[in-house]
Write a protein that binds this ligand. Structure first.
Ligand SMILES: Cc1cc2nc3c(=O)[nH]c(=O)nc-3n(C[C@H](O)[C@H](O)[C@H](O)COP(=O)(O)OP(=O)(O)OC[C@H]3O[C@@H](n4cnc5c(N)ncnc54)[C@H](O)[C@@H]3O)c2cc1C
Length: 456
């Protein structure tokens, strides 16, 4: 079977490539290969009763399938160049912002109308942060919420399904360069195409490494973010979350001058497991629908580790730390802040007696046995700094789940069109190492589609 364009991966990067291609040209023959299920068949077996924690399904329903890793996410589309990726380094800041705004209009026209757009501009909170050594990053945030995000994806799929051939439950095993373009191999057959767009996300990072080796595409890898997910009563952060929803705050530690930052804030949300290549880490999300709100807010506190030569395996380093927590806790570990600073482990009883009810069934334990001291010290320092703008953050009962790891894909060498050294082979979204967010990944898809269409 021959296609004009084959897209590998049906996450935001792949979906927005397909959307923009079909919008720009109705004659193109397009296929999307996705190793996971269609949206309506994606179901994580964890139900909180029969299955309480991750059982390591061969294909993770949270990370894979139509909608990609973002399908059950909080659906926060950050319109900013200050975080979420470095797309602007390739396409320029104005263009990157324009692409993210365009993605926002598509989301709105596919079910997102009525959702709120938050902004940090001219915020009083910004001043209060500065007074306390904290820096609030500039952003606009469209919060779709897990429920509306699902509706948007459903609508996009319904629009695309008659224009694009979707191959679900079909992992691409390899990509080969041919004279006419590329051959894409799967267990059920091989397909050829003139142009190939790879958007396999973080879950496809190992596979992507193999493709780069095979096709001799240069890469580099030197960053991983390690930290914890903080969960506390929503009231502690409500003055921030009501106004900004998501506040990205950066703090420079006094001890090591490391940067610690808040990440993925989920007001009235839940903490969840995340399974990346069999390693269980922690994440979080929240619903737009108020009936699904909890009494807690959660967010991550992360420290970026950049390595220099000769060490190259930054993700391997992050994995080893996550494995330690999996080894000690059988999955994610939870600890009260008060127990951590007193140098003792949390126990079932201490968690039960705590005034914060955990939204994730994690194993009570001691994060200091898992996390490097330097990282943990930085996190503790930041919790005390946050306590000055949100009193109650450093409360004994504040829960810390660990570990949260943000694996970064190695950076694939691509040009301003996100094209590799092989003409017609594009690498976009999180697997390129260029993006780490819904908005940037989606924007990268639109950018490549327009290049393919020759609109640029
Ligand atoms: C729980 C959670 C919550 C999140 N919340 C947010 C948020 O609120 N805001 C935000 O900006 N970001 C969030 N993120 C991150 C965001 O989801 C990602 O940045 C985004 O989905 C990246 O899009 P992508 O298309 O590059 O990759 P992905 O979404 O990862 O999609 C890649 C797809 O490729 C498929 N694939 C992989 N390998 C192959 C193969 N060999 N053959 C065929 N298919 C393959 C995968 O199954 C997957 O469906 C969250 C992530 C998680 C896990």
């Amino acid at each position: 079977m021959n296609y004009d364009v084959i897209i590998i991966g049906a996450g935001p990067g792949g979906i927005f490539t397909a959307y923009e291609l079909t919008k720009g040209c109705t004659d193109l023959k397009i296929a999307v290969f996705e190793l996971g299920n269609p949206l309506n068949k994606r179901k994580c077996p964890i139900d909180g009763k029969r299955v309480k924690s991750c059982i390591g399904c061969p294909v993770c329903a949270i990370m894979s399938g139509f909608g990609g890793a973002g399908a059950f996410s909080d659906g926060k589309y950050n319109i900013t160049n200050q975080f979420g990726g470095t797309l602007y380094e390739y396409v320029g800041k104005t263009r990157a912002t324009e692409l993210m705004r365009y993605v926002d209009t598509i989301n709105l026209s596919h079910g997102g109308t009525g959702t709120k757009l938050y902004s940090t501009a001219n915020s009083e909170i910004k001043r209060k942060c500065l007074e306390n050594g904290l820096h609030l990053l500039d952003a606009q945030v469209r919060h779709l919420g897990t429920d509306i995000n699902y509706v948007v994806l459903e609508n996009l799929y319904n629009e695309l399904k008659d224009k694009v051939d979707f191959y679900f439950n079909t992992a691409v095993s390899s990509v080969e360069k041919s004279e006419e373009g590329f051959a894409v191999h799967t267990a059920s057959g091989s397909y050829t195409c003139g142009k190939c767009v790879i958007s396999v996300g973080r879950s496809g990072s190992k596979w992507m490494e193999g493709v780069c080796k095979e096709l001799q595409i240069p890469t580099k890898s030197n960053r991983v973010d390690i930290g914890v997910r903080v969960e506390l009563p929503a009231a502690v952060f409500s003055h921030l979350t009501d106004e900004l929803y998501e506040s990205k705050i950066v703090y420079r530690t006094e001890k090591f001058e490391d940067l610690v930052r808040t990440f993925c804030m989920n007001p009235y949300g839940v903490v969840v497991n995340e399974n990346t290549n069999g390693i269980v880490t922690v994440n979080g999300h929240s619903y737009e629908d108020k009936s699904k709100h909890t009494e807690n807010t959660n967010f991550a506190l992360l420290v970026s580790k950049h390595f220099s030569e000769p060490f190259k395996d930054s993700n391997g380093y992050g994995e080893s730390i996550a494995r330690l927590s999996n080894m000690l806790g059988g999955g994610v570990i939870v600890q009260r802040f008060g127990d951590l600073v007193r140098g003792r482990r949390s126990t079932e009883r201490r968690i039960e007696e705590s005034y914060v009810t955990p939204t994730l069934a994690a194993t009570p334990g001691d994060l200091s046995l898992v996390m490097p001291k330097r990282i943990l010290d930085g996190i503790i320092e930041m919790i005390y700094a946050l306590d000055k703008i949100a009193p109650g953050t450093a409360n004994d009962d504040t829960l810390l789940y660990g570990v949260e790891v943000k694996f970064y894909n190695m950076e694939v060498t691509i040009d301003k069109n996100l094209q590799t050294k092989h003409e017609g082979l594009y690498v976009i979204g999180d697997c390129s190492g260029v993006t780490h967010s819904l908005s940037h990944a989606s924007a990268s898809g639109v950018h490549v589609a327009r290049h393919i269409l020759g609109a640029e």
